[in-house]
Design a protein around this ligand. Sequence first.
Ligand SMILES: Cc1ncc(COP(=O)(O)O)c(C=O)c1O
Length: 368
Amino acid sequence: MLAELPEYPWDAMAPYAAQAKAHPDGMVDLSIGSPVDPTPELIRTALSAATDAHAYPTTVGTPALREAIVEWFGRRRDVSGLAVDNVLPTIGSKEFVAWLAFMLRLGPGDVVVHPRAAYPTYAIGAAMAGARALASDDPAEWPENTKLVWLNSPGNPDGRVLDIDALRSRVQRARELGAIIVNDECYAELGWDGRWSHDRIPSILDPRVTGGSLEGILSAYSLSKQSNLAGYRAAFVAGDRALIDQLLVIRKHAGMMLPGPVQAAMVVALGDESHVAAQKELYRARRSVLLPALVAAGFTLDASEAGLYLWVTEGKDAWISIERLASLGILAGPGHFYGDHYPNHVRLSLTASDERIGQAAARLRVSV
Ligand SMILES: Cc1ncc(COP(=O)(O)O)c(C=O)c1O
């Protein structure tokens, strides 16, 4: 049963986009976090070396890809002890987020919890299953009929990081409820402030969180942002083997398999750290230009200690801020798009060229 889905919210931005485009030096589009830097050459080479793809790919992934994911979790996420049966490729993370509640056969009477400031697809996924979405960051509020909990650390839009204790308490509550808990971790390589400038951002699969049992727990990760692979649709999920088996069955029947050349490219992307570090430095530089200019223009930063966005407020309704920014030729996203709880926030993405970010900063500085 497909519940009624909302209009695609970004359509509401059209008048502001028109206003921003009218700026004499052009629009700076910081509204959608689509990567602007090239896909690294070594990944493109791996893709083009794999274009003989006459046979169907397997849904479970090639042995090389499954092993690369396991190895990556050990090396980059402090998660050792996974086996290839604990991992599964997904066609980008968005389809997984949107379809998980349905694939778990949730429906009316079931609750899907997601963060209060949230990527909208968690609630869409609940609606697609006919379940009820609940925006809550407080495990004590999660009702008895909670069947699925989405965490998103580091968060989109707010860049908030859940540390080991915060993850562990959420896992404990999900276990009490018998609910499945998933952390969407796609910004885990992008830590900026406080302890996250040097400490690794924890995975929900970290043994200090799980206590050694992966039961009921999944981590979703995507290469879209860390490797500029958004156009490849390259992502994966890992965790509880029984859940992975269950998802594999339905995904096999539904044809949800990753193209072979993309699987080959992912192996190379996962094995190389230098391009990830180089991309992070680009975002760090853009953040260090844009953030002080926003502050000088009267915006206050909220959370945003990691991730790809600046989550800011000037203490007014977001549409007023969006209009002010559009008058400077800058397009941002209103807090209204990320749930009901942050109507005075706006989200600005770091995914624009150095030149465009520089333009945005200069315009913000002369606006005060
Ligand atoms: C929190 C979060 N999850 C998932 C996605 C989807 O990523 P992809 O489908 O490119 O893997 C995004 C993309 O912006 C996101 O911000």
